[in-house]
Design a protein around this ligand. Structure first.
Ligand code: ZN
Length: 183
């Protein structure tokens, strides 16, 4: 596959609104948001004491899908919803500094990481002359990948709370979560 960035085009794309850049559109939306904003006076500790680790996929509206409201949880997102060292960094701070105790892991059907391989790194090295230090974390068996993520959380020496760690696959066509049991 090509690793060059695709350019959005055509009706409905983020760039078809006159000369505004997409970021200008976001800033306009923010002005409207702030105009109606009322400070809820919350502190930074998530109300429900839960951290959600999920793929960055644009089709997953985590708050809507899980019935979450502002202030309820930490959301940690990356390509694949992978539990990387940096995910552990965020979870460690979430638990030890901000009081969360539960971890929800969400991968999903049709994930981009199922359509690439670790060759992605070789292609990158060929193109830019430098090999990334990070793993792509591509996978083919989504259930097994969720289990691996759960294992990484449960075996981390840095986390204080590992009793309530559950993993799921979100179906982007039905909106339903399917729980993955540990093996
Ligand atoms: Zn994904």
């Amino acid at each position: 596959m090509s690793i060059s960035a695709a350019q959005p085009s055509g009706p409905g794309s983020a760039t078809d609104s006159g000369s505004d850049s997409v970021i200008d559109r976001l800033l306009s939306a923010n002005e409207r948001y702030a105009g109606a904003f009322h400070d809820p006076g919350m502190d930074a500790q998530p109300v429900l004491g839960v951290a959600v680790v999920a793929c960055m996929d644009a089709r997953i509206d985590l708050h809507a899908a899980l019935g979450l409201r502002l202030g309820d949880c930490h959301t940690i997102r990356n390509a694949g919803g992978v539990v990387t060292d940096d995910t552990i960094r965020s979870l460690t701070i979430s638990q030890r500094a901000l009081g969360t105790r539960s971890v929800v892991l969400i991968h999903h059907t049709g994930c981009g990481l199922q359509s690439i391989t670790e060759d992605f790194r070789n292609e990158l090295e060929h193109e830019v002359g430098q090999r990334p230090t990070w793993a792509v974390e591509a996978f083919s068996d989504i259930d097994q990948d969720v289990r691996q993520s759960m294992t990484r959380v449960r075996t981390s020496p840095f986390l204080a709370h590992k009793d309530d760690v559950r993993g799921f696959v979100f179906d982007v066509h039905t909106g339903l979560l399917r729980e993955i049991t540990a093996q």
